[in-house]
Write a protein that binds this ligand. Sequence first.
Ligand code: COA
Length: 137
Amino acid sequence: MAKRADDDSSTVEEARPPVIVWNKERERFETEDKEAFLQYHLRGVGLVVAAAADSCDDPEQEKREGAAVVMDMVHTYVPRSKRGMGLAALLCDAAFAHAQRHSMLVIPTCSYVSDTYLPRNPAWNSLVYNGEPKASM
Ligand code: COA
């Protein structure tokens, strides 16, 4: 009887969707075992705009100084044995939701994000950085 109960609980455990964790220090969203991850780097695009304003002395451009931090999603990795099950999509879900919560735009440098995830989740296109700081930032 006891063995049967254990077996049941392990089945429930296996069916649990993977938990995605934010690793702030390593700039990653990753599975609990850290084997699958989405690597990002934060970039201050306001600094680029400020430098441009300095060089061209355009007051309109100066208004855009101090603009935004963008999340550059540089790499997604899932171990071979776990591919094709939507794990990379879960990592992206967590990363895009995080960017939205923190009012950050996103640069989809990783080809999985740009070529597969975004076309399948077009609602997130509104967060993609297109060279202009977001008006509300
Ligand atoms: N670029 C774009 N799309 C890719 C891709 C890539 N390099 N590699 C796989 N895909 C697509 C597959 O064609 C697949 O499409 P399908 O659903 O029509 O079969 C889809 O991603 C699978 O999606 P999902 O299950 O969410 O992804 P995954 O958990 O299998 O992980 C990767 C996808 C890319 C993270 C994984 O294959 C991997 O780690 N590859 C090696 C590292 C790499 O190339 N990373 C991407 C560039 S940074």
